[in-house]
Design a binder for this molecule. Structure first.
Ligand code: UD1
Length: 423
């Protein structure tokens, strides 16, 4: 397993380009299976999660050609004959569960492994299954697999309310509903940009969806969808991560390019409360770091609120703030595996209920740390970049799932990160 060796203390200067969004891309890949013929999607990031999903789609007999250099993918499911997503792949990445909605929506049948547990505690899929049942699917569980089928003429349709609102369930229900026989309504649907983009993609394919961007989506089924060419949006979580990085050192002067500034929700408002500033113009965002970071407590919420996918990075920023802050995760209350590792670097931080409590201002000192998930890993890399001395961040395979060329992008802006290959 590779690790990063990081020398701390260097300011970031120059430009970093934000890549295509991972979480927005995965639903598009799944949706492309709903139409026979070649779909082309641009701006697909070269990440291990994308490669995993490509393999999940290949299992079905679909043709997938992906070039991580040009970030272009071509998908043709004309020869799709096998309606299964096996455990070996689904356990590697939960979003493989999107195959359930895609295969059911396409051919009225699917056998998809249940994803199982997750490093952030329980992550149920009950809403995905109840929603599909409400739309008329037969759902059975068989030896760890979900076996789904639709009546011969397609899903009759129905209404389902998500409680709580869920990105993944909204995606699966949209995929299953696009070609249904009747009409499907999703109430309290997720409004995340990832879901909006999926709706626009499906619309371009010929789907009929009302309420895009609102919490009520009404899908009127169509007989057929056609393949399209589409450009994936840029990654708002990657952008937020680099915004935070740009604010952490008083001498940094970082400009981000390819930012979808209108998809950041309320995050910039929280960011500015720390004293950091950002100037945006046509997808470019210059970060002006504050001389002193103000402590800012945050509570994660669904979009456009503060994203749970940025709370670990925020915690790292807050270790440099002058005072106490609390980070509360209402979406994934157990998502604090990074806290003991931040403490190993010298931070004054502990978990109380579903909050991290941070007393900022203590200097961090380099050591070895490791973590169990993607965002926790990046938060430790960030902490190590500002710790005195050298740190090793172990298990960077988590980072390779979701941050494209992280060390390359950061080193080009002045960081000192070496990937140490270990077999
Ligand atoms: C997606 C993102 C993930 C992000 C999360 C919240 C992808 C691939 N992953 O995950 O990075 O952190 O949104 O923004 O896009 N829930 C249920 N039952 C269900 C489904 C969800 O109770 O059947 C709950 C969850 O436990 C959680 C909340 O709903 O408390 C939101 O989860 P959800 O939006 O579904 O997250 P994911 O789609 O898994």
């Amino acid at each position: 397993m590779d690790k990063f060796r990081i020398e701390g203390g260097f300011a970031l200067k120059g430009e970093i380009a934000i890549g295509g969004s991972k979480n927005a891309a995965l639903p598009l890949l799944a949706a492309s299976l709903l139409a026979d013929g070649e779909t082309i999607i641009e701006n697909i990031p070269g990440l291990n999660d994308i490669l995993t999903f490509n393999n999940v789609m290949r299992v079905t007999g679909s043709r997938i050609d992906y070039d991580p250099e040009s970030h272009r993918i071509s998908i043709d499911p004309a020869n799709l004959y096998y309606h299964e997503a096996p455990y070996d792949l689904v356990r590697k990445m939960r979003a493989s569960f999107y195959m359930l909605g895609a295969l059911l929506g396409r051919d009225g049948k699917a056998r998809v492994s249940l994803p199982g547990g997750c490093a952030w505690g329980p992550r149920p899929v009950d809403l995905h299954l109840e929603g599909l049942r409400a739309f008329g699917a037969q759902i059975d569980l068989d030896q760890g697999y979900v076996v789904a089928s639709a009546p011969e003429n397609g899903l009759p349709g129905g209404t389902f309310s998500l409680k709580p609102s869920s990105v993944g369930a909204t995606v699966n229900l949209l995929l299953a509903a696009a070609r249904c026989a009747g009409s499907c309504t999703i109430r309290n649907a997720a409004k995340e940009p990832d879901v909006v983009q999926l709706c626009l993609f499906l619309e371009k394919m010929g789907a009929k969806i009302e309420g895009i961007g609102t919490s009520t989506l009404v899908i009127k089924g169509v007989d057929e969808l056609k393949p399209v060419t589409f450009r994936n949006t840029s990654d708002r979580i990657e952008a937020g991560t680099y915004m935070i990085l740009g604010a952490m050192h008083p001498d940094s002067d970082l400009t981000l390019t390819n930012v979808s500034t209108d998809e950041l929700g309320q995050f910039p408002a929280w960011f500015h409360k720390t004293g950091a500033q950002s100037q945006s113009d046509a997808g470019r965002m210059r970060i002006i770091s504050p001389a002193e970071i103000a402590p800012v407590s945050v509570i994660t919420e669904i979009y456009p609120g503060f994203p749970t996918d940025l709370q670990a990075q925020w915690a790292t920023l807050m270790t440099r703030a002058a005072g106490e802050s609390h980070i509360t995760d209402t979406i994934y209350p157990d998502r604090f595996s990074y806290v003991p590792e931040l403490a190993r670097l010298g931070a004054d931080v502990y978990v109380k209920n579903n909050s991290a409590v941070i007393k900022g201002g203590r200097p961090l000192t380099g050591t070895s740390v490791m973590s169990t998930d993607l965002r926790a890993s990046v938060s430790l890399v960030m902490a190590a970049m500002y710790a005195r001395g050298t740190s090793d961040v172990l298990r960077v395979y988590h980072l390779d799932r979701g941050y494209e060329k992280l060390e390359e992008k950061l080193n080009q802006a002045g960081a000192r990160i070496t990937r140490v290959r270990e077999n």
